[in-house]
Every structure is written in structure tokens, then in C-alpha cells.
Design a protein around this ligand. Structure first.
Ligand code: HSE
Length: 466
């Protein structure tokens, strides 16, 4: 990186680039946003620029950093020359000496306007903005294609994990059947602590907040909103689906109790928050959804612990692929941004661009039309005839019980049911009927159960998955 970024060359720079080497022509980068990820990108770019120059022949120079508040202290960006900072992001994007724009502001506005402005000026854009892509990815990709430049967003899903490029390029010849992700580190950390250490939800959340893994307001993570945006992006990549992030069906983890986690463990499962994009009945209809599910302990996704993320892809010819790594954090996210930046600059120089994902009008079927096995927990009065009434409710809606367990809790009993695969709509109707039974004190947690028939353990999915 050049001195304009105000940074020291790393100690090994002289041994990597002889002083006599001609400096490669710079690729001039504008950074929009300098928060946690933005400052990590600036740092990593400065650190790696010499090595990248040797490997790629391109020398990256940060020529401007747009921030909303110039007066704010930026402890993560101390090495950045303050002269690079501006509060006029639009002017920075449009400057003639900016080749590539990196958007790390997040959210819809003003990010969308700025990304559009850059693309319309023929400048490739690299972004980590899942909300923007889940809402306007199709339109922005079309603008990028029309102007013959890249819109790259590897960091928007799964942080450091290469998942966008494998789906777009490596698997371009594959018929992807299903993509199942653990795409939210905060919730995976909470669920892991609940599983491993029998913590309850509130304590695990408080610990995640204390460690800086969860936001002070964790609602976007625990409600499933964050994973829903990522699921929409995966559905677009895997199936060309035009589903918007805001319309993805979602359930979060706030209702999961320690006792559910314990029941799941006893039955040989772990509870995970899954983001699923799935082709139904051979397509073109799809399901895109986020919900907690009981995952068999032997499933590869069950081994994804703590704040880690993973994406499990099932394809007709390729079978099963799992991509695993750090889904958040400054340096991991910056690593993905840098990879895109190099790609975008290389394509810009070659006058080409990465193919935009094929988009097609797809029907997204609601979860009520899908089938899965379910875990249902009920608190009932411990009296004669109660179990018969409960079982009758299942039977009335055609939901078949696979297994049942009862434990006494004072004058109440807790009943835990596992069903055979059933239409979710029928299961919901069963729950309504159960709520009307006087001796049913409470309908507790309801979870989908992933089984061997769901494709993830070697069988092809049939559209009746998790
Ligand atoms: N908050 C997210 C997580 C990272 O916990 O994984 C950003 O998408």
C-alpha cells in the first residue's frame, strides 16, 4: 500500500519486492464505511499489499474512506491517514481516481444509492452488505452487468467462508438440490453453550454479549432475521430465486429451553438454527426458510460449534459438500473482501466481469405445505385419559406419532413427542386442537427433526426436508 494510507511497510516487504522492481500500476480503492469490518479491511490491505502485488501484479492503494461522522474516534483505524477521510461518500465514489468501491456501510440506505452510483460509473463494487443484496441483489446485479463490471459479495454470507464463488462458479454445472447453512455465529454460540454446558438461553445470551459475540440488541440474530437475509442470497445463487430477504419465513431461537436441548441430546440430536434453500419436487418451486431444527448428532452440521458457520450443499452429481469457517469478525470478513477486491480489479483490467447469477421467477412455497418430522413438547395435567385425548388430536389431523416420552413434573407431566414425517400445516392444526384441550397446560417447543430421509445423510432430498 502507498504512503497515502499512512502505514508502515511490513518488515518483510524489502525481501519480497526488490527496491529496483517497478511498482505495478495502482488499483485505487474507495472504502465506504470504517467500522469494525471497514477498519479491518484497511488494515489487511495495508499488510498484504506487497505480497498481493507480487502474486497478482496489482498494487492496491486506498485513496479515500467515507464515514458518516468525521469526528468519531476510530480505535480500529489508528494507522489510517486522517486525510483520507471524507463525509461525502457520493463524491468519493464518483472521483475519477477511484477504480474500485468497497461498500461496508451496511443496511439499505445510503448503501444502495452509493453502490448504484459506482456501478453506473463503471466501477466494480465489493460489498459485505447482506441486507442490501437480499433486498436488491437482482437489480444491482443487472446494473453491474449492464455496465460490464463486477458486483462481488463473498463476505455477505458466511464471512471468511468461500461460499458465494463456489456456488456461482465451481458448482455452475451442478444441479443444486439443497443448501443448508449455519449462518449465524451468535445463535450457534448460544445453542452450543446450551448443549455443552446445560446453560439456559438467557445466560448463554448474556455470556455471548459479554464476549462481544452478540450485539447489545441481539434481536436481528436471535430472531433469525440475519440468517434469513443470507438464506435469500443463497437461494438466488443456488436456484436463481428472486425471493426477498424480508419475505423469507423465519423462526428464531428465543423459545428454545434448556430442557429441549436436553431432550434432543438424549434422543441423539443437537439443536441448530438452520437457513435452508431447497428445490422442491425437482423444481422450479423452492422453499427458503430459517428455523431451529433437531440435527442428528452424526450429521456434519452437528459438529459446527461455537461461533463458527458452515454451509452444507447437496447436489445431484456432486453429492454432499460442507464449507466451514468463521462467519463473522473483522479479520475473517476482511479476508473475503480482499479476495473479491483482487478479483474485481483483475476483471476490470481484463475488461470482463464475473457472471451475475441467473435469475428466474420462482414460486416460494410456504412452510405449511412442506413435510418434516417434528418434536413437540407439551405440559399436561397428570390425570387418567389425558394421553388418550392428546393422541386423538394427533390422529384427527393425520399426524402419526413415532415416539413418546413422559416425565413427571409435580402434578403435571411433560410429554415429548416425535412424529413421523407430516405436513407442517397438519402439525400446526394439531397444535391448535391441543391448545383447546383443558388438561393441556401448555404447548411448548415445536421443532423440525432432520432425519435420514432428508437427504443430508446420504439420500437425495425429495422436497420434504428439514
Ligand atoms: N451477527 C452475525 C453473526 C454476523 O452472529 O453471525 C454478521 O452477519
Amino acid at each position: 500500500m502507498r504512503a497515502s494510507a499512512g502505514r508502515e511497510k511490513p518488515a518483510d516487504f524489502p525481501s519480497l519486492v526488490p527496491a529496483t522492481s517497478p511498482r505495478p500500476a495502482p488499483v485505487r480503492v474507495a472504502l465506504l464505511g470504517c467500522g469494525h469490518v471497514g477498519s479491518a479491511v484497511a488494515d489487511l490491505l495495508a499488510l498484504r499489499a506487497p505480497e498481493i502485488a507480487i502474486r497478482t501484479g496489482m498494487y492496491f492503494e486506498l485513496v479515500g474512506v467515507a464515514v458518516a461522522d468525521l469526528s468519531r474516534e476510530r480505535p480500529g483505524a489508528t494507522a489510517l491517514d486522517r486525510a483520507l477521510f471524507t463525509s461525502d461518500a457520493k463524491a468519493l465514489v464518483e472521483r475519477d481516481d477511484v477504480d474500485v468501491v468497497v461498500e461496508l456501510i451496511g443496511g439499505l440506505d445510503p448503501a444502495r444509492t452509493l453502490v448504484e452510483a459506482a456501478l453506473c460509473k463503471g466501477k466494480p463494487v465489493v460489498t459485505a452488505n447482506k441486507v442490501l443484496l437480499a433486498q436488491a441483489g437482482a437489480e444491482l446485479s443487472a446494473i453491474a452487468s449492464a455496465h460490464g463490471v463486477d458486483l462481488l459479495y463473498e463476505a455477505a454470507v458466511g464471512g471468511a467462508i468461500p461460499v458465494v464463488r463456489p456456488l456461482r462458479e465451481s458448482l455452475a454445472g451442478e444441479r443444486v438440490l439443497r443448501v443448508t447453512g449455519i449462518l449465524n455465529g451468535t445463535t450457534n454460540y448460544i445453542l452450543t453453550r446450551m448443549t455443552d454446558d446445560a446453560m439456559d438461553y438467557a445466560d448463554a445470551l448474556a455470556e455471548a454479549q459479554h464476549l462481544g459475540l452478540a450485539e447489545r440488541d441481539p434481536s436481528a440474530d436471535v430472531s433469525g432475521d440475519d440468517a434469513a437475509a443470507k438464506a435469500a442470497i443463497l437461494a438466488a445463487l443456488a436456484f436463481g430465486s428472486d425471493v426477498l430477504g424480508t419475505t423469507v419465513s423465519r423462526e428464531g431461537i428465543t423459545g428454545i429451553r434448556a430442557l429441549d436441548v436436553a431432550h434432543a441430546s438424549r434422543l441423539g440430536y443437537v439443536i441448530k438454527l438452520l437457513a435452508v434453500a431447497e428445490l422442491l419436487d425437482g423444481g422450479p418451486d423452492v422453499s427458503v426458510r430459517v428455523h431451529p431444527a433437531m440435527v442428528p448428532a452424526a450429521h456434519p452440521l452437528a459438529s459446527v460449534r461455537g461461533a463458527f458457520n458452515a454451509v452444507f450443499v447437496e447436489g445431484e452429481a456432486c453429492g454432499e459438500i460442507m464449507l466451514y469457517g468463521r462467519g463473522a469478525g473483522g479479520a475473517p470478513t476482511a479476508s473475503a473482501v480482499l479476495g473479491d477486491l483482487i478479483d474485481a480489479a483483475r476483471n476490470l483490467r481484463a475488461g470482463s466481469h464475473a457472471p451475475a447469477p441467473h435469475r428466474a421467477k420462482t414460486t416460494v412455497r410456504p412452510p405449511s405445505e412442506l413435510s418434516a418430522a417434528f418434536y413437540i413438547s407439551l405440559d399436561v395435567l397428570d390425570r387418567p385419559g389425558v394421553l388418550a385425548a392428546v393422541a386423538a388430536a394427533f390422529g384427527a389431523h393425520g399426524v402419526s406419532i413415532r415416539a413418546m416420552e413422559q416425565e413427571g413434573v409435580g402434578r403435571e407431566a411433560r410429554l415429548v413427542f416425535l412424529t413421523h414425517s407430516a405436513r407442517e400445516g397438519d402439525v400446526r392444526a394439531t397444535l391448535e386442537t391441543l391448545r383447546e384441550i383443558e388438561t393441556v397446560e401448555r404447548v411448548g417447543t415445536v421443532l423440525r427433526v432432520i432425519g435420514p430421509g432428508d437427504g443430508a445423510l446420504g439420500q437425495a432430498p425429495t422436497g420434504t426436508g428439514a
